[in-house]
Design a protein around this ligand. Structure first.
Ligand SMILES: [Zn+2]
Length: 216
């Protein structure tokens, strides 16, 4: 945690993500609520099982179930942006735990075609501020595919192919990139984005999401 973040916490004390009680500096939940969330074991990785894996590693903080699923949905669909700081702090913790040994060049996010859907952008930008790393939008979504969450595993894989490309004048050659999304399911979206980076010469793509779910 940076000095600046400690000062921000002193003036705006962090509150429990679930019940909103004031919690200790750097805490996400109060003691009571921490027993209600199903945290993913510290260094458990999510692998892409349906073809070539382009990302180097993928981790998430929690299983996608109540109460975290409700919190992430409210953030994403009801634009509950006041949760950005605390949700980014979840990412900060899992990234520090899993990726601390790597020199990270850029933090970016999985984009949407609809620019009003900016949940992943806000998380990546706030995370970069908390980690004192460079934030940059690197990708654009070039066609509007169906939303992934109602599709089967095979439909998800087909639905996502070729929908992302690099923004203009972006050079990721030799870079170590952290790629942020809110929820990871099959990993097909993150893998497709990682593929774009790897084909453009990126050295490593490390993914992190707030929650992980499985559709199998
Ligand atoms: Zn609480």
């Amino acid at each position: 945690m940076t000095f600046l973040n400690k000062i921000i916490d002193a003036f705006f004390p962090p509150r429990c993500l679930i019940c909103k009680r004031i919690v200790k500096c750097d805490y996400i939940f109060c003691d009571h609520c921490s027993t209600r969330v199903k945290q993913i074991v510290n260094k458990e990785q999510i692998n892409f099982k349906y073809g070539k894996q382009y990302f180097d590693k993928c981790v998430a903080g929690f299983y996608y179930q109540e109460p975290m699923s409700n919190i992430v949905c409210n953030f994403k669909f009801k634009k509950n942006w006041n949760k950005t700081r605390v949700l980014a702090r979840i990412l900060e913790k899992i990234i520090t735990l899993n990726y601390e040994e790597y020199a990270i060049d850029i933090i970016t996010f999985v984009p949407e075609t609809d620019k009003n859907k900016k949940h992943a952008l806000l998380l990546a930008r706030e995370l970069a501020r908390q980690l004192n790393k460079k934030y940059k939008p690197l990708l654009k979504k070039i066609c509007n595919n169906k939303t992934q969450h109602n599709l089967s595993r095979q439909e998800r894989l087909d639905n996502i192919k070729g929908v992302y490309m690099l923004e203009e004048n972006i050079d990721v050659h030799g870079k170590n990139i952290i790629l942020i999304d809110d929820i990871v399911t099959t990993g097909s979206t993150l893998n497709e984005c990682a593929k774009v980076f790897k084909l453009a010469g990126a050295n490593a793509v490390f993914c992190a999401a707030i929650c992980a779910t499985k559709i199998d």
